[in-house]
Design a protein around this ligand. Structure first.
Ligand code: ASP
Length: 446
């Protein structure tokens, strides 16, 4: 960007753009700060419990086409959703032409990605018209390579050049162009990635990601009622929590902004004055380091237990085990080991297909004294930059778990010392998270 004025990229999720009332809130937020220049909308989300997301309706539409079922009623419902928004905003805008185009492409067997992408595309047209901003089709500025992965460098170059001609613009989230020119989407929730790509291209001062919660919670609110909000979290802490199941941003949304250290601010469209959570490359100098930043956990793991006398002195033992897993495309999560035993923690779903073959090959190749698989393991990650070089935190974590009567199956501390991973029985997942949270939140364990 040539000018020195602040630039903010703002992405609004589906719940923030579900109906006309929310569009008005979004416009108020954007107009309140002239540096909010590049806007990325999702497709309309649910308006109430039991409602449907437009993206889900579009996928349903596509399924019906593929199965030769009538799809017109569902397409009419989608059109109704957009027409209601247009009417509520009193816009002089018609999407008839766009819907005819969608219908004709649908009857000619449109691709699934094309159909799904229309949710963001149409919402972008409405938002651009309501704000009086230019509309830029994401298909012209976001590109995928022949492996279907984001072509970051081409995208950055084209996006940079294109946006330098626009002071204010709306760019729909979630999709771009494949290398054959067809429309291609990211995986679900991918508008977060679009926002991040744009923030990198315009060298934004901040990427604001607006949703319906006031930031990232220390733990899943379905497990602990009303948990604390994290005010500052680093990209790497967030990656640890997201990998373990915390759903805040799309996993891949971190990468483009991380390259240039642009902070992400998670904000609440319904409570715009709340500070939300800042996601940063490095904690600020005056960082208030909480002992723990967050806790997350995930079920669905298995341990392959291998026992063999003198394993520790058998050079190449670990390599043999891992190369068999590699052959079956099973990545490992953790490898806790003793002198004569080794456990390999893997995703149960990844193991399912080749379970018998893996055991047979391991038995032949490494001739163990004993080999078995234990399922129903859950992993809990306790994450925090405040743990680095702090004394006594691990002791408190394990005391809390012990007092809750939970048996620990595995312990692993990352080499960066900002996470401790604990393996437990899947049935103990919720209680483990609660026990640790209440230990550090200072409340009574319940
Ligand atoms: N609309 C898409 C979805 O529901 C993408 C997004 O909202 O980010 O997954």
């Amino acid at each position: 960007m040539q000018s020195n004025a602040a630039v903010k990229v703002v992405k609004f999720g589906g719940s923030s753009l579900a109906d006309a009332e929310h569009f008005k809130k979004v416009a108020d937020i954007i107009k309140a700060d002239p540096s909010r220049r590049y806007v990325v909308p999702s497709a309309p989300g649910k308006r109430f419990g039991g409602d449907s997301k437009v993206t889900d309706m579009l996928y349903e539409c596509y399924d019906r086409v593929v199965n030769n079922n009538d799809y017109t009623d569902i397409l009419d419902k989608i059109k109704e959703r957009y027409d209601l928004i247009i009417k509520g905003l009193e816009l002089n805008l018609s999407l008839d032409k766009e819907f005819s185009a969608i219908e004709s492409i649908l009857s000619n067997r449109a691709s699934c990605d094309y159909v799904a992408s229309r949710g963001e595309y149409l919402n972008g047209l409405i938002l651009a018209s309501y704000l009086g901003f230019s509309f830029i089709d994401a298909a012209d500025v976001i590109f995928f390579d022949s492996d279907g992965l984001l072509d970051s460098e081409k995208t950055n170059k084209v996006m940079c050049k294109k946006l330098s001609h626009y002071e204010y613009a709306v760019i729909p989230g979630f999709y771009g162009s494949a290398c054959d020119g067809s429309t291609k989407t990211f995986s679900r929730g991918g508008s977060d990635i679009t926002g991040s790509i744009i923030a990198r291209a315009v060298e934004a001062d901040i990427y604001e990601n607006w949703t319906d919660v006031s930031g990232v919670k220390m733990v899943d609110p379905r497990i602990v009622e009303n948990p604390k909000t994290i005010s500052v979290i680093t990209y790497s802490e967030l990656r640890e929590l997201a990998y373990m199941g915390a759903t805040v941003l799309h996993e891949d949304a971190i990468f483009p902004v991380r390259l240039t250290g642009i902070p992400i601010n998670i904000k609440n469209t319904n409570r715009p004055d709340d500070e939300g959570t800042m996601i940063v490359l490095q904690a600020p100098d005056d960082d208030v380091r909480n002992e723990i930043t967050g806790i997350a956990g995930k079920k669905g793991f298995s341990v392959i237990n291998i026992v063999k006398d003198m394993m520790n002195s058998e050079v190449g033992f670990g390599r043999k085990v891992l190369s068999i897993l590699e052959k079956y495309k099973i990545s490992f999560e953790h490898i806790p080991s003793g002198i004569d035993s080794m456990g390999v923690i893997v995703s149960s779903a990844l193991l399912a297909e080749s379970r018998e073959r893996v055991i047979n090959e391991l038995s032949c190749e490494i001739v163990p004294d004993c080999i078995s698989i234990e399922d129903n393991i859950a992993l809990v990650a306790v994450v925090g930059r405040g743990m680095v070089e702090s004394v006594g935190i691990a002791a408190r974590i394990f005391k809390a778990i012990g007092e809750a009567g939970i048996n620990v199956r595995m312990i692993d501390q990352g080499s960066t010392e900002n996470n401790i991973i604990i393996g437990i029985s899947a049935n103990d997942l919720e209680n483990t998270i609660k026990a640790i949270y209440y230990e550090f939140d200072g409340k009574e364990n319940s």
